[in-house]
Write a protein that binds this ligand. Structure first.
Ligand code: ARG
Length: 469
């Protein structure tokens, strides 16, 4: 970052008698992070300048100079040739100063009818809108990875858990599709959040609007905003959209963290349901046999910092009076880090799932342990006319017997089973096996392979739709 002691450096310094100290300068500057908004700042400035010219507030010549100057600055930034200055505080003043260097007075006219307050609010909304679009796209790629994996495992039996105890058999495909549903909600939540973010603050100026005959709808349209922020005070002070986005992101990370927790458990040699490709794991410096699931562990860990960013933004806003306050400058780092972390996580996850290796035999064996078809036996008895409570008791006694014999319910002979209820017949084995149990849960939302296949068809249709709300 360059030191620039030009007396004209601070655009607002005319009324001050002494300069700020170097520490205050560093403390108050945002250029160290808001340089990331540069492309959006230029985009917003171009739209503003074109409106000023269309309204006769600046001349066509000024507009042409501004367009040419901003284009050049855009190139300089892209090629890393523009040196950001700490004295110029933020991205807005850095760009404006450079523009004035390049084109003179026309550069100074760009800020007519505008303030950094509505300017920064516009920049963040443009940045967030683009980020939401990228995140939605990446989430869809992750959903494709889930669907593709689920498609190979529509009939793969695994234990379903409640309380992390074996409960009932489920198909691995069904288990995976539960995550598809979570991410589907996330995508729709993001698209809802986008609507509220996609409103134009420009025109609010510092807080009260401006006396120039501006055309806000013209600017909104040219920047593809859905509309304008209706109240100038709200326009410059509102950061709800950032909070809302961080809440969506925190939920997404929560889903990814839960998925990670399962992958970590499944990868433990004691369980061994899956293994991750080596490129997502690391070894131990002391224990040569170790293959650690670092990536899912870090996803779980990074969820903490994303939750932290949400709380940071809520706290940032909670006691702010209207309208703009410098506190708002603190909105950027949490927001940027949330976007960056989420984008990296989604990218890595889609890749990780496509490289996963599944061990159906380990899943099947685990599903056989813990009497996962006990409920199926109870349902069988109920269908033969036994009241559910009595059926529950009959099954409990059968389970105790099988446990004693150290075998599964489906390993008992028909006469052994009949000790507990004479009503049991040979057809019981159709429900006691894993496949029988799975096939019987054949209704929308159930785990039967047929239903999982139907869910996958619906999922693919949803993913293929061009646009959705
Ligand atoms: N860097 C500032 C921010 O990020 C820009 C707005 C400054 N406005 C002001 N009145 N000082 O919020």
């Amino acid at each position: 970052m360059a030191d620039n002691n030009d007396s004209d450096t601070k655009k607002w310094s005319g009324r001050f008698e002494e300069p700020v100290s170097a520490l205050v300068e560093r403390y108050t500057a945002s250029i160290g992070f808001d340089y990331r908004l540069a492309a959006y700042d230029i985009q917003g400035s171009l739209a503003h300048a074109r409106m000023l010219s269309a309204q006769g507030i600046i001349t066509q010549d000024d507009l042409s100079a501004i367009e040419q100057g901003l284009r050049q600055i855009g190139d300089e930034i892209r090629d890393g040739r523009l040196e950001w200055s700490l004295q110029l505080e933020d991205v807005h003043l850095n760009i404006e100063k450079r523009l004035t260097e390049l084109i003179g007075d026309a550069g100074k006219r760009l800020h007519t009818g505008r303030s950094r307050n509505d300017q920064v609010a516009t920049d963040i909304r443009l940045y967030l809108r683009a980020s939401i679009d990228e995140i939605s796209q990446l989430t869809r790629s992750l959903q494709w990875s889930i669907v593709n994996l689920a498609e190979n495992h529509t009939a793969t039996a695994m234990p379903g858990f409640t309380h992390l105890q074996v409960a009932q058999p489920v198909t691995f495909g069904h288990h995976l599709m539960a995550y598809f549903e979570m991410f589907k909600r996330d995508v729709t939540r993001l698209s809802d959040c986008r609507k509220r973010a996609n409103q134009l603050p420009l025109g609010a100026a510092a807080l009260a609007g401006t006396s120039y005959p501006i055309d806000r709808r013209h600017v909104a349209q040219s920047l593809s905003f859905d509309g304008i922020c209706e109240n100038s005070l709200d326009a410059v002070s509102d950061r709800d959209f950032a909070i809302e986005f961080c809440a969506c992101a925190a939920l997404m990370m929560t889903h990814l963290s839960r998925f990670s927790e399962e992958l970590i458990l499944w990868m433990s040699p004691a369980i061994g349901f899956v293994s991750l490709a080596d490129r997502f794991c690391t070894g131990s410096s002391i224990m040569p046999q170790k293959k650690n699931p670092d990536v899912p562990e870090l996803v779980r860990g990074k969820t903490g910092r994303i939750n932290g960013h949400l709380i940071a933004l809520l706290t940032l806003m909670k006691a702010q009076p209207l309208a703009y306050n410098k506190d708002n400058q603190e909105d950027k780092e949490p927001l940027f880090d949330t976007v960056d972390t989420l984008i990296d996580t989604l990218r890595i996850y889609a890749d990780m799932l496509s490289g996963i290796r599944v061990n159906p035999e380990a899943m099947r064996k685990a599903a056989m342990q813990g009497f996962s078809t006990a409920t199926d036996l109870a349902d069988y008895l109920v269908k033969k006319g036994i009241p559910f409570r009595d059926a529950h008791e009959i099954v409990a006694r059968s389970v105790r017997y099988a446990e004693h014999k150290m075998c599964d319910l489906s390993d008992l002979t028909i006469s052994e089973l009949q000790q507990f209820s004479a009503i049991i017949e040979d057809d019981v084995f159709a429900v006691l096996t894993l496949q029988g149990s799975l096939n019987s849960r054949n209704h929308p939302g159930g785990t039967a392979p047929e239903q999982v296949r139907a869910a996958i068809v619906r999922a693919k249709n949803w993913l293929s739709e061009e646009k959705r709300d």
